[in-house]
Design a protein around this ligand. Structure first.
Ligand SMILES: [Zn+2]
Length: 193
């Protein structure tokens, strides 16, 4: 049975080199923010800009590799039933909800959930980069660079599978932002193989 991440929460766990992380959207249209750190030196973490640089594109899917801030491969996508993920936008946070949604008592969001879950691994808030946002759908206008957040393309039961290229600490959430998840908060499932 897969593990369940309840709506608007997050977890952290270790993933060994060669193990597969299966991220499942059990109900459809739900985003999961994913972080990966080198377990032996958590100063090494996934880097969107380096990954884009080496991939020559911003949408990643099967066969694409996620590089670190030290240009090592930390994760590779080996199966993908959705084919659209985001690696541009920061994890949702108190500030997201205050600035974009106008909330006066904002939820801590994926950022707060990740920060809390990663404490036992010696990872602090300032060590959290742009997450790989599994199932998040952010179309980009190629001329103007304008971006929109659209409903995820994931349907109930769809999954994306990553393989670890190093021993890792993983952070993973069921995203807390209404806009990213087509207006409702749902769980995320994951399993390690
Ligand atoms: Zn989020």
């Amino acid at each position: 049975m897969p593990h369940e991440i309840p709506p608007r929460t997050g977890v952290a766990f270790t993933l060994g080199k060669g193990q597969r992380l299966v991220v499942i959207d059990p109900r459809g249209e739900q985003v999961a923010d994913l972080l990966a750190y080198n377990r032996t030196d958590v100063g090494e973490v996934i880097s969107a800009s380096r990954t884009f640089d080496y991939a020559n594109k911003i949408y990643l899917s099967t066969g694409d590799k996620i590089y670190s801030n030290r240009s090592n491969i930390l994760l590779e996508i080996v199966e993908d039933e959705v084919g659209r993920h985001d690696f541009l936008l920061t994890p949702c946070s108190k500030d997201t909800f205050r600035i974009i949604y106008g909330d006066t008592d904002p939820h801590r969001g994926c950022f707060g959930n990740l920060a809390a879950a990663l404490v036992p691994y010696g990872i602090t808030q300032d060590m959290i980069p742009t997450a790989f946002n599994v199932f998040m759908n952010v179309p980009v206008d190629g001329e103007t660079g304008a971006i929109r957040v659209e409903p995820p393309r994931s349907k109930a039961g769809d999954k994306t599978v990553f393989v670890a290229h190093a021993d890792l600490v993983i952070g993973l959430t069921a995203c807390s932002a209404l806009q990213s998840n087509n207006g409702s908060f749902k769980p995320i499932h994951y399993s390690i193989e």
